[in-house]
Design a protein around this ligand. Structure first.
Ligand code: PLP
Length: 451
């Protein structure tokens, strides 16, 4: 326990009872602290630094744009970086997703997407369509509407009274589903549960369904069955519900294709992107929408009621544009698709280790779920603090991972996520597996789980 008043720092830290290593620079897949220690950033910070750290062309693009034009108000003007970023991003997005609304964070993009869905239905003459459906477990952000759509109860502890009602649908989380992801699939894993919820709620009142195409940390990179998203798309089409793909974590190539929905052959009505689209060089997110939806506003109220001071920001858009170009020029999404199987082949060996229940994911996105008993899949008691113990032991072993807790029901559940930069090498994958194994042994001892 650190006594904040003794640390001398004026920073209001995210965690008030831990001492933070002080990172002074990043280079490729590595971070370096002020004591000269090196860490392999196996999760790109928070699924963000997809190009690695210290990518010169990004820094140069940001500096050049800041000199030319640092800020301009998005309501009054347009400018080259936003025009070019939107054109290049739209070209990467599937189907008719054509218009890009740049914002700063994933939460903001989710707020904007859900507001657009609501505004669209009202302006289309269907004001009863106001309900939002989302998956549980699931995560869509920390601002109040995005938090309402998120099914991560501990994040809402003090704010429940302020949240709006969102209809929950069980997520396709095969490891913890009764069908275990094997045919015949249960309604949660087949997608039938989404249609059941739409029908139960009355389709005339449902505005949108939002989901993560491949699970983020809430379900530890669970990959839905091939039929899942086509079935959800079909149900949304038949019942007039907008399908919102939250690709804040999975987009920008993380699972080996630009959008994680691509392998399902499904085009959503709205898509949110964030995290990797500026690779962490600046905070940038985007809502991408088709003209058929935006035109309803164009012919009606004249605009999305979601103005923010820093939307359509020149420097942020220049960073996004430089990221898209860097990804293309270095064929990094293709590299992610190539390195993904290599990562998963090596991670599969972790299944032999005590406390490892499951290893899953796609592309360079992986989740390793820890359990008390791999046969019964019984979770560790939350009080044991396995995810926290593992993350701390990993850091000591020079490995940065992303923990998640609470996904297994009853507040229990511990997992660690990996999402290395797309430039990760085979040698660095070995380094990840070695450090992971070492950290697991230490963490198991610390929580007293060694048998
Ligand atoms: C799927 C998903 N949506 C939205 C968000 C919120 O993004 P941000 O933290 O940038 O607000 C996150 C963040 O982890 C996310 O994983």
């Amino acid at each position: 326990m650190v006594e904040p008043s003794l640390s001398g720092s004026k920073v209001f830290y995210r965690k008030l009872n831990r001492r933070y290593p002080r990172i002074v620079r990043g280079d490729g897949c590595y971070l370096f602290d002020d004591a000269g220690r090196r860490y392999l950033d196996a999760v790109g910070g928070a699924f963000v630094a997809n190009l690695g750290h210290g990518t010169a062309p990004l820094a140069e693009a940001i500096a050049a744009q800041a000199l030319r034009l640092g800020y301009i108000n998005g309501t009054a003007f347009t400018h080259d970086p936003v025009e070019e970023f939107a054109a290049e991003l739209a070209a990467l997005c599937p189907g008719d997703l054509d218009l890009v609304y740049p914002l700063g964070s994933g939460s903001e993009a989710v707020e904007a997407a859900l507001k657009l869905a609501r505004q669209y239905w009202v302006e289309s003459g269907q004001p009863r369509k106001r309900k939002v459906l989302s998956l549980v477990p699931g995560y869509h952000g920390n601002t109040l509407l995005a938090l309402s759509a998120s099914a991560r109860p501990h994040y809402a502890t003090y704010f429940r009274d302020w949240l709006v009602d969102v209809v929950r649908v069980p997520a396709p989380y095969a490891y913890r589903c009764p069908c275990r992801g094997r045919p015949p699939l249960c309604p949660a894993c087949s997608g039938e549960a989404v249609e059941q919820a739409i029908l139960r709620e009355d389709p005339a009142t449902v505005a949108a369904f939002i989901g993560e195409p491949v699970g983020g940390s809430s379900t530890g990179a669970s990959v839905p069955a091939p039929e899942y998203w086509p079935r959800v798309r079909d149900a949304c089409d038949r019942h007039g519900v907008l399908l919102v793909a939250d690709e804040v974590l999975t987009g920008a190539g993380r699972t080996g294709t630009w959008s994680a929905l691509e392998p399902y052959g499904v085009v959503p009505d709205l898509m949110t992107l964030g995290k990797g689209i500026a690779a962490g060089s600046v905070p940038l997110s985007a809502l991408v929408a088709p003209r058929r939806i935006v035109d309803v506003l164009a012919h009606g109220s004249g605009g999305l009621l979601h103005a923010q001071t820093f939307s359509h920001h020149p420097v942020l858009c220049a960073a996004g544009l430089a990221t898209l170009r860097y990804l293309r020029e270095h064929r990094l999404v293709e590299r992610c698709a190539r390195m993904g199987p290599a990562l998963h082949r090596r991670l599969a060996t972790l299944r032999e280790l005590p406390l490892v229940g499951d290893v899953r994911g796609r592309g360079l996105l992986a989740g390793i779920e820890f359990v008390a008993d791999p046969v019964s899949r019984e979770p560790l008691p939350r009080a044991a603090g396995m995810a926290e113990a593992f993350t701390a032991a990993a850091l000591e072993a020079g490995l940065v991972v992303w923990p998640n807790v609470g996904h297994a029901g009853g507040g229990n559940g511990d997992l660690a996520m990996l999402a290395p930069p797309y430039i990760v090498t085979d040698e660095q994958i070995e380094e990840i597996v070695t450090a992971f194994t070492e950290a697991l042994k230490v963490a198991a001892e610390r929580i007293g789980a060694v048998r």
